[in-house]
Write a protein that binds this ligand. Sequence first.
Ligand SMILES: Cc1cc2nc3c(=O)[nH]c(=O)nc-3n(C[C@H](O)[C@H](O)[C@H](O)COP(=O)(O)O)c2cc1C
Length: 401
Amino acid sequence: MGVIIWIKWGQIGLSAISTGGFLGVLISNKQILLCAGGLCSTALLALTSYLKDYGFAGFPISDGRLMDFLIYGDKKMLLNQPLKLKNIILRNRIVMPPMATGKSIDGVPGDVLIDYYKVRAKATALIILEHEYVSPDGMASIGQLSMADDGVIDSYKNLTAAVCSQQAVILAQINHAGAAARYTGLPTIAPSPIVLYDKQPVPHEMTKKDIAVVIKSFTDAALRAKKAGFDGVEIHSAHGYLLNQFYSPLTNKRTDEYCGTALEGRTRIHTEIIHEVRKATGEDFIIALRFGACDYMEGGSKVDEVAAASGIFEEAGIDLLDISGGHCGYTVDTKTQPGWFSELSAEAKKAVKVPVILTGGITSGEEAEKLLKENVADLIGVGRAVMQNASWAQEALAALK
Ligand SMILES: Cc1cc2nc3c(=O)[nH]c(=O)nc-3n(C[C@H](O)[C@H](O)[C@H](O)COP(=O)(O)O)c2cc1C
């Protein structure tokens, strides 16, 4: 058992540390904050939430974050707090989520797109690049970026360098559209022969061989992203694209080991991709998953499956979980409040230790801050507001000070 006392301008704190965990108190700007972390994090989490009712601002901190807490002890504003993501420190909690611009030039970024991301990287912690197709039959839209062959690797190097020069972290979002591939002129594949959009041909039900080919396409794309200077990849399993089609019982009617009636079956292709990407790219490369966690449709994926599925993805080796939802889009008609998928991210956070991103309908720093204070996410994705205003992050942080 050890004790640490620390004094910083405007703050005084005390931590008791033992092998099982630590418990600390920080008095800062007339607020009393209680921090706890360690091996019995469930008990400490319960304690901090209990004390919250008595006027404490309680928050659990997992192992390894104590030093961050000592250094960045002033928790008055959460949005500007750094976060450790694997071996990287994100400078704040703001994420630019992937948003397709349709501005690729023959599948790769040109100067206009590079400038677009560079200027948005100035105060954002993490940029997740708009989705890139992993193979030609997986292209979702005209003007989409490609990560489908080795020829593209060099064309991304200026983009990753530009974002890096702004001290932001960048992930490539790798995707296969499956039954949602409408513009390729190639036969479409899907877990089951179910048409997603009117007037589309029935997709071909994937054989085991097709599944193996898709896993390899994701793995090769991830390796290309690594060679191009990305800090990691985000595997796209949301918004009705191929991996989401496997997760959703509405589009997965299989009866084999990828079957649509069991969570293990619905998440099997994800875990296989995560394993292969990890093997190919090594331990330091960040692997995120964009998880379309609930269809909000009769017979679709459900809120009460989110924790178990998130646990499966974490167990498979992801470093970051990016929550979204909806059946074939990123919105749900009945959900309009800022952070509209917060019930999903809160479920995910109960189950995993890796950071969780929440995106959807957040347009101001106050809204982002509120969601962080409610502890429903570790990072906040702000999409269209950042698309429209390149200085959104600077302005939001300044307004909260
Ligand atoms: C024009 C546009 C393109 C998008 N493209 C992608 C994409 O490539 N990959 C993805 O996962 N989500 C995509 N999204 C969804 C966004 O990442 C985000 O979830 C959505 O815009 C909701 O967040 P917001 O309300 O902050 O904009 C796109 C959204 C828009 C508006």
